[in-house]
Design a protein around this ligand. Structure first.
Ligand code: B1M
Length: 234
């Protein structure tokens, strides 16, 4: 945001100044600075989750407000997204534990017509860290891609992400198609994305709406446990 930041030495800033500086650097799409600051916070003993939520996700929230208000435009937001991804790249191996017993398998992807993937990537990352196996279909997925992957991967969970009010209704298309093909009850369906809410999740017939990545992990654990209990009882 400011030009007089050129001679700023990030490592000399205390946490309470470094974090707002990261929000500014994310806003300005400065990937190298974000990488440097993430490493500084890690060295200072911050948990990867706190860095993710307090520095990166919060910074992106601010970007979103100015994007909405017409202060930032697509090219600038793409740079911010790129900087966010650079930071997430460092945190990913730290969030994704190895050797944990697999809790279940999730196919996840952003729906047709929608290319937003940061939130979906975060959910995938956190789910993997919690012990789920993830098959990430990326962005812009038609119903056929979801159905094919669910069957091929023998997945337990379908996760769908949508960030646009114009693409979120496509989630219902996917769920309705699953019903038509008689496979809806074979899978847990979880949905998320900024414009969704609990009510929408219920209305389209999803098993759960997840407000954020942490909620997605907790919800998945609960629904998987319930599914296993039901199959054991049956
Ligand atoms: Co777009 N965009 N964008 N954008 N963009 C929004 C979504 C918008 C709200 C901005 C605004 O106006 N304030 C607005 C949508 C308005 C609406 O529909 N009502 C918007 C628009 C309009 C557009 C375009 C149409 C702009 C244009 O071209 N004129 C265009 C559409 C392109 C398309 O998809 N067809 C567009 C393009 C882009 C960029 C490409 C520039 C870029 C995306 C880059 C990328 O993703 N690789 C972009 C970005 C970055 C945003 C904002 C600023 C940030 C989104 C983000 O990454 N948030 C966004 C504003 C905002 O949301 N504040 C905006 C951070 C992320 C961590 O949060 O994705 O919500 P989120 O994910 C959370 C939860 O929602 C949840 O957990 C995540 C982690 O906690 N969650 C799930 C998400 N998915 C889940 C799936 C689950 C569970 C939980 O499954 C189980």
């Amino acid at each position: 945001m400011a030009d007089d930041d050129d001679d700023l030495i990030l490592s000399e800033l205390p946490d309470e100044e470094l974090v707002p500086q990261m929000h500014d650097d994310l806003y300005d799409g400065l990937a190298d600075e974000i990488v440097e600051a993430v490493n500084i916070l890690l060295e200072r003993g911050w948990t990867p989750y706190d860095i993710l939520t307090k520095a990166l996700v919060e910074g992106m929230r601010i970007v979103g407000i100015d994007f909405r208000d017409g202060i930032l435009f697509v090219p600038e937001v793409l740079l911010a997204a790129n900087a966010m991804k650079s930071g997430m790249g460092i945190l990913k191996p730290l969030l994704v534990e190895t050797g944990a017993p697999r809790l279940g398998k999730m196919v996840i992807g952003t729906v047709k017509g929608d290319i937003h993937d940061i939130g979906k990537n975060l959910v995938a990352m956190m789910m993997e860290g919690a012990g789920f196996e993830i098959v990430d279909l990326g962005i812009n997925n038609p119903v056929e891609d979801y159905l094919e992957a669910l069957e091929k991967e023998q997945a337990d969970i379908l996760g769908m992400s949508a960030l646009l009010t114009t693409t979120m209704p496509y989630m219902k298309v996917v769920i309705d198609t699953m019903k038509e093909k008689g496979v809806r009850d074979e899978y847990i369906v979880m949905v998320g994305g900024a414009p969704l809410n609990e009510e929408f999740g219920k209305a389209i017939g999803a098993d759960a709406y997840c407000r954020d990545a942490a909620v997605a992990v907790e919800t998945a654990k609960q629904l998987i446990a319930r599914k296993h209990n039901v199959s054991a009882a049956g």
